[in-house]
Design a protein around this ligand. Structure first.
Ligand SMILES: [Zn+2]
Ligand SMILES: [Zn+2]
Length: 75
């Protein structure tokens, strides 16, 4: 996530501070990869691999893709 000292979108690798200026980070959002209830009880450990930092654009697209696939489990 902030391995390099700054936050960037994990999908398009954009560094919003470079693109949008000092407050660009506010366009970054955290996507929870495994939000399905069925998985929650079994191994519900929210480790960092379940989280993805995405810019607002990519976040939209990811959710759109998930809907189109109709498959929330494999993402
Ligand atoms: Zn992005
Ligand atoms: Zn999301």
């Amino acid at each position: 996530m902030s391995i390099h000292g700054y936050l960037f979108c994990e999908r398009c690798k954009v560094n919003p501070k470079e693109v949008y200026g000092p407050f660009g980070e506010s366009c970054l959002e955290v996507h929870h990869c495994k939000t399905t209830v069925s998985r929650m009880d079994e191994d519900h450990v929210t480790d960092l691999e379940d989280l993805q930092v995405l810019c607002a654009n990519c976040h939209r697209i990811v959710h759109k893709e998930l809907r189109e696939q109709g498959n929330w489990l494999n993402y």
